[in-house]
Design a protein around this ligand. Structure first.
Ligand code: NI
Ligand code: MN
Length: 243
């Protein structure tokens, strides 16, 4: 695992949220759902230094603390065009677009936006919804060549095979909670299509939403039949992947 990570440190903050420290010393957060996230350890809710925020879509359990965090840290926020425009309107200075199919060099890492099938909107304080463009996943390629795929919120789709062929991720973070995203069966087939050897199940804790029914145990059971070569890494909030 250490060798694969090549100096990248990946910390799980619960649900679909990860903090990543690159070998070059950059700090990245994918989907900064922190203050409202019942899974995030208290001591990890506070973020002082941050270079990049990657947003998969606008739903509250992903968009989370994006605005205050971007303003406090000056981090670059990467999202689709619609969310970028919203952020700019809210006074976030360094919001940049990345759309599906596009790749950008963001600091020391290469970020590719991939497809995801879901919805995306931003809820305002009065409860109304603002169109949030299309949901996305991301492939991140680090300095060492380590490649990571975060699927975002999505159903299973056949073109995950293309993501595997084109970007050849070493590790995939896949939602398994069912109901709003893939369940264990679909996520096991996603693992097979991606051809990935290491997988981290995400977006399933009933602590966050009690309607989730998918479990890591069921995911492991499905994988035994569908993608037996893959290793599941069940991370607890606060865990580093290398630990
Ligand atoms: Ni969502
Ligand atoms: Mn979600």
């Amino acid at each position: 695992m250490q060798e694969m990570l090549g100096g990248t440190r990946i910390t799980y903050l619960g649900h679909a949220t990860f903090r990543i420290a690159t070998a070059g010393g950059e700090q990245i957060i994918i989907d900064p759902f922190l203050s409202g996230n019942p899974q995030t350890p208290e001591e990890l809710k506070q973020v002082d230094e941050l270079d990049t925020i990657l947003l998969t879509h606008g739903h509250f359990d992903h968009f989370g603390d994006t605005i205050p965090l971007a303003k406090e840290t000056g981090a670059t926020v990467i999202s689709n065009f619609e969310i970028m425009s919203y952020l700019q309107g809210q006074g976030v200075e360094n919001a940049q677009p990345l759309q599906k199919g596009g790749t950008a060099q963001i600091g020391g890492i290469k970020v590719t936006a991939t497809n995801a099938f879901h919805s995306s909107s931003i809820q305002t304080e009065n409860g109304s919804l603002i169109y949030g463009g299309e949901p996305m996943g991301y492939v991140l390629e680090f300095e060492s060549g380590f490649r990571l795929y975060h699927a975002g919120d999505t159903c299973l789709f056949g073109d995950m095979q293309l993501i595997g062929e084109l970007y050849n991720p070493n590790l995939a973070m896949l939602p398994i909670g069912d109901r709003l995203v893939m369940g264990p069966l679909e996520a096991a087939h996603a693992t097979r299509l991606l051809g990935v050897n290491h997988v981290v199940p995400i977006h399933y804790s009933p602590e966050v939403l009690p309607i989730f029914t998918g479990t890591p145990e069921d995911f492991q059971k499905r994988l035994n039949d569908i993608a037996p070569g893959a290793t599941v890494h069940v991370m607890q909030p606060g865990d580093d992947l290398a630990s």
